[in-house]
Design a binder for this molecule. Structure first.
Ligand code: C2O
Ligand code: CU
Length: 463
């Protein structure tokens, strides 16, 4: 199934909804903890014409409530699990204290039904981040367990009314417009491109109106919370500039021609100053371009001057002259990818892997093991050269650190951006570097959540 333009438009004609996430400050208890509850809920993803979808939500909201703090501040969240299965909360992209990273089974025990867990951490970097479930993520995240985590610059250059979150999510709906839950965990999805949906929502609504003001600079914070869908965007068609990637502000606003891909878990902040009032589609370029939100530009009076960017975060610069260089070979999956697995294994071994639902490997190893992929001395520079020897794209995420993307396809990149998630296309090589400065056990995994569950997950330890 693919994003279906025709059914998408049908709902568009049925009427539009406005979907800005309320700037919700979570109810705080007397000890300063905000309450975040994972609960069962529902939403009409297909608009009024579709039935209600059974979802799992944070505080009964889709997406979860925006958690918004200032850079350097402390986030205190009392998480309460009201679901029937264990879960945990991961703070994606935050260079966090390891004990608060929220990885069930690695940095904390999973939070059992009816139990609670206190998260308490400092956010060192400003930018656009998000939080999501991190236990059986393939099953929990695409049912709705995610939300935005916004860290404001100490001196914010965008005023609150021009600072807009766009949480993008694809869903697999059945013919009644209801979330298809029967196909969660399908082996075919795991061994191919992952669970892809056929429906797209922005802040939980399909084709919402987003109100902007003429002649003012806006910051659009795009967050792709999809389980597997890579989104093809074209910021230049709107005259928007890219100003941040994965939370990290660029040193200068950037005009990027053509399609910019936003992979699962990635974020991209755009700066946009509309020059006329009216309605403008925000378009997805997958197949035939189609609108996924309508920008309603109103005349507000007043005009902003030149674009100013917030300061860049200070991240530790990799020392390429003295680095631990390691390969990260990806193998497996359907479409011929299993062949590589056959080279070093007997037929029985491969059959056993498939039976166990393990379709992918990093450096020949499927899934988590007692031993880390590598150990790093604190402060050591790590260079990973990943080679995608599979038939599918992957979105690789490293916990607790941001890295520079140095090379892609064997060529040094013009912009060696900081990221926490990089994409690699079939048969492509990508080289990244980071300083392993954060002690603890950190995951490296594909953020196509079905891939992570079927082999593409490993870890390293900083000591
Ligand atoms: Cu956003 Cu391990 O994940
Ligand atoms: Cu993958």
């Amino acid at each position: 199934m693919d994003l279906d333009r025709r059914s998408f438009l049908k709902v568009a004609l049925a009427g539009c909804a406005t979907a800005t996430i309320p700037k919700l400050s979570l109810a705080k208890s007397s000890d300063g903890f905000m309450e975040l509850r994972a609960v069962k809920g529902e939403a009409r993803l297909y608009g009024d014409k579709g039935g209600p979808s059974p979802l799992w939500l944070y505080n009964d909201r889709l997406p979860g409530p925006e958690i918004r703090v200032k850079q350097g501040e402390r986030v205190r969240v009392r998480f309460i699990n009201e679901l029937d299965e264990p879960t945990s909360v991961h703070w994606h992209g935050i260079r966090i204290d390891n004990a608060m990273d929220g990885v069930a089974g690695i940095t904390q025990p999973a939070v059992q039904p009816g139990e609670r867990y206190d998260y308490d951490f400092v956010v060192p970097d400003a930018g656009t981040y998000w939080y999501h479930a991190h236990n059986m993520s393939w099953n929990q995240v695409p049912r709705g367990l995610s939300g935005p985590l916004i860290v404001e610059d100490r001196d914010d250059v965008f005023s609150p009314d021009t600072d807009i979150n766009l949480v993008l999510s694809d869903w697999r709906l059945d013919e009644n417009g209801v979330l298809d839950t029967a196909s969660f965990g399908a082996r075919h999805d795991f061994s191919h491109a992952g669970r892809l949906g056929n429906w797209l929502t922005v802040n939980g609504t399909s084709l919402p109106d987003i109100t902007l003001q003429k002649d003012r600079w806006h910051r659009l914070r795009l967050i792709n919370v999809s389980a597997s869908r890579i989104l093809d965007l074209a910021p230049e068609r709107l005259g928007a500039k890219v100003i941040a990637l994965d939370g990290q502000t660029l040193s200068e606003p950037r005009d990027v021609p053509g399609i910019v891909q936003l992979a699962p878990a990635q974020r991209m902040d755009l700066a946009l100053r509309p020059t006329e009032a009216g309605t403008f589609p925000l378009e997805m370029m997958t197949g035939q371009p189609f609108a996924f939100a309508n920008l309603q530009v109103t005349d507000a009076g007043g005009q902003d001057g030149p674009l100013r960017l917030p300061p860049v975060n200070s991240l530790p610069e990799p020392d390429l002259g003295d680095a631990l260089e390691l390969p990260l070979e990806m193998q497996g999956g359907a479409m011929g990818g299993m062949r590589a697995l056959m080279r070093d294994r007997t037929e029985d071994e491969v059959r056993k892997m498939i039976q166990d639902g393990q379709f992918w490997t990093f450096n020949g190893v499927a899934g988590m093991h007692g031993e880390p992929m590598f150990n790093a001395r604190r402060g050591e520079t790590i260079v990973l050269e990943s080679r995608n020897d599979t038939g599918f794209a992957h979105a690789m995420h490293i916990h607790g650190h941001h890295f520079r993307v140095l090379e892609q396809g064997g060529e040094p990149l013009e912009h060696q951006d900081w990221r926490d998630t990089f994409t690699t296309q079939p048969q492509e090589t990508v080289k990244i570097a980071f300083v392993a400065d954060n002690p603890g056990k950190w995951l490296i995994h594909c953020h196509m959540l079905g891939h992570a569950a079927s082999g593409m997950m490993t870890w390293f330890e900083v000591v």
